[in-house]
Design a protein around this ligand. Structure first.
Ligand code: MLT
Length: 237
């Protein structure tokens, strides 16, 4: 039986032992949803970088540069952080250097924490991801990116959905995992409606990103597992 723990915010990661575990980084709106979408749509890799300068340096090496801050695409970059920018052949055969407000920093943090695998978590590929985690049998850390170290609703909901697929309630020994499991059961009949009051949902709505959110809340439109290899997110197959 795999042991599953949930980290609700990057500020709490240091309280958990991530060494040699499968760490799923969760940034549903939108970094890890966008990373999964990019790889599913033919991108060779997505390299998470912590700042805009590194993304521009990699642009000089042939990467597509992608940068988002506070939900906005930054001027001077090829892309922002919308999954729709990865469709219609836009990233086919390309490498992407991506920096976002929260998600890409969490990928770096999980690597530094000694994870065996750093995986990109999204509703989009939840079944493929759950099957990978169950087959691999390492203990699991579900790492919510939140918003600037604050807990957010959408990442917590996804963590609950994934916990629900991995273990039964009586197998859990982690209160945050129990919390998010219950949260998911309350919201699962209509995630979009439940999230309408959440801070990032409102933020992205103000920026007219409703279709991004509708897309990112779909389950199982992607059947691959995406994880970090040599510092770049790739198809784990
Ligand atoms: C993040 O990395 O915080 C999010 O993906 C931000 C966003 O793209 O809206």
């Amino acid at each position: 039986m795999i042991k599953v723990q949930v980290v609700l915010s990057p500020a709490l990661l240091h309280l958990f032992d991530s060494k040699n575990k499968n760490v799923v980084v969760i940034d549903i709106l939108r970094a890890t949803s966008t990373i999964c979408t990019a790889i599913a749509h033919g991108a060779l890799s997505v390299k998470p970088v912590n700042n805009t300068d590194d993304a521009l340096i990699l642009k000089g090496s042939g990467y597509l540069s992608a940068a988002e801050r506070d939900g906005h695409k930054l001027e001077g970059f090829d892309m922002g952080n919308s999954p729709f920018e990865c469709m219609n052949g836009a990233v086919l055969g390309k490498k992407i250097a991506l920096t976002t407000t929260n998600g890409t920093k969490c990928i770096t943090a999980a690597t530094i924490a000694g994870a065996a695998n750093v995986l990109s978590g999204s509703f989009l590929n939840i079944t493929a991801l759950a099957n990978f985690l169950k087959a691999d049998s390492r203990d699991v850390i579900l790492f919510c990116a939140g918003w600037r170290d604050r807990v957010n609703l959408e990442d917590s909901l996804f963590a609950g959905a994934l916990v629900n697929r991995l273990v039964s309630k009586d197998e859990l020994d982690c209160d945050s995992a129990l919390m998010v499991m219950d949260l998911y059961h309350r919201a699962k009949s209509n995630l979009g409606l439940y999230l309408e009051q959440s801070s990032h949902y409102k933020r992205l709505s103000r920026l007219h990103h409703q279709e991004d959110m509708e897309y990112c809340l779909q389950s199982d439109v992607i059947d691959i597992v995406v994880g970090l290899k040599k510092g770049e997110m790739v198809n784990m197959a």
